[in-house]
Write a new protein. Structure first.
Length: 394
């Protein structure tokens, strides 16, 4: 805008000069062609024009000078009629749980040499056993398995036991290397080597940072700002003491601020693909009393998933890295995933689940205790089994 004003003044100056010259030329012509007595008037006239030109240029200069001395004032800006909309921060939080079944490191002393041999043949690499599934557990917010056995050097075992499971305490590093966050000790093998074996197992887990729960020891883990409660029990019937243990555990976790409660039960009949009637009764009872997810193990084979009151009862997750059997008949297994969504700390009633079909071994001719994800027709077949078994219980 300032440049335009200066340009206008310059144009006016030029026009003024041209105008004066035009007048002067016209007058000069008239005087030169007039009578001699007019020569004196011509001289006076030219002096007048020169004086007029000097005055005009002075006016122009002063106008320019005065212009540049004027202070520039910022124009007033009207407030935006449409101010930016204020957005509230997102309050949604998700937690993804990945759960697998019976995990026995080592095995029965009479046959656990197979498990140790696999470890030795793979450069004593603790990560070997969960190498093919570690990424799933690592990407989850909470990964859980049933640790069915002990981590101890104890040799005195419980009497009349058909099988007793143990591994050296340093084998706890297999779990941490596999991105396992927590294990349940509520099963029929956690005290195979009595109280000393049980205590050694707890110490070994604590040493590698793997959380443990079960047998009356309930825990809360804070995950993504949400308090997740975990409890585990061995349940062998629809008995009053089992109901009391369930309600006591749930009340304990609720009173301690749990916003999500997960139960992991050891129950049922071995090698049965259909849950017992008492499993269904106790599973539903657990949901009715406030649990949001019920997981199960012990049958060593797959069972169905019941959706009860919008919540899941996973009756059996089957074997996983199971050192208790060097080559079981059924290698099929799965990893169960569920994602829970919270809005401002309140759990939304969604049912976002995922079944990952798998094998308990990465080789077919034996059990090398290294679970692997199933693909192609194998994956479809395992998923179909889970679907069929789930129809039975739904």
């Amino acid at each position: 805008m300032r440049k335009h004003k200066v340009l206008v003044l310059m144009v006016l100056s030029i026009i003024g000069v041209l105008g004066i010259l035009s007048i002067a030329l016209d007058d000069s012509y008239n005087i030169v062609n007039s009578e001699p007595y007019a020569q004196e008037s011509y001289t006076l006239h030219m002096e007048y024009l020169v004086e007029r030109q000097i005055q005009f240029e002075t006016v122009i200069y002063e106008a320019e000078y005065d212009y540049y001395e004027v202070e520039y004032e910022e124009p007033e800006v009207e407030e935006d009629e449409y101010p930016e909309e204020e957005y509230e921060p997102c309050t949604l939080v998700t937690i993804t749980i990945s759960a697998a079944g019976d995990t026995t490191l080592g095995g029965d002393p009479r046959g656990m040499g197979m498990f140790i041999r696999e470890w030795e043949n793979n450069d004593q690499d603790y990560s070997f056993f969960f190498r093919e599934v570690r990424h799933i557990f690592e990407e989850s917010d909470l990964s859980i398995v049933n640790l069915e056995g002990t981590l101890t050097y104890a040799t005195v075992a419980r009497e009349n036991a058909t099988f007793t499971f143990r591994a050296p305490p340093h084998f706890a590093e297999i779990l941490s290397a596999g991105a396992i966050d927590a294990v349940t000790l509520a099963n029929n093998h956690s005290r195979d080597f009595l109280e000393r074996g049980y205590r050694d197992t707890i110490d070994a887990l604590d040493a590698v940072g793997v959380a443990r729960f079960g047998n009356g020891y309930n825990i809360i883990k804070e995950i993504n700002g949400i308090n997740v409660g975990l409890f585990g029990l061995s349940i062998w019937g629809d008995w009053r003491e089992n109901r009391d243990s369930i309600t006591r555990a749930i009340n304990d976790l609720e009173n301690r601020g749990a916003q999500l409660i997960i139960a992991y039960f050891h129950w049922g009949v071995e090698r049965a693909n259909m849950p017992s009637n008492y499993q269904r009764v106790m599973g539903r009872f657990t949901i009715e009393n406030g649990a949001h997810l019920v997981l199960g193990a012990h049958s060593h084979v797959l069972q169905g998933i019941e959706v009860y009151n919008g919540r899941n009862i996973v009756y059996s997750l089957a074997n996983f890295s199971f050192g208790g059997n060097n080559n079981p008949d059924d290698h099929d297994t799965m990893i169960f995933q569920q994602t829970f969504t919270f809005d401002d700390g309140v759990l939304l009633e969604t049912n976002d689940t995922n079944i990952i079909p798998a094998f308990i071994s990465s080789v077919r001719d034996r059990n090398n205790f290294q679970p692997i994800i199933a693909t192609g027709e194998d994956a479809e077949r395992i998923l179909e089994r889970v679907r069929l078994y789930s129809e039975w219980v739904n």
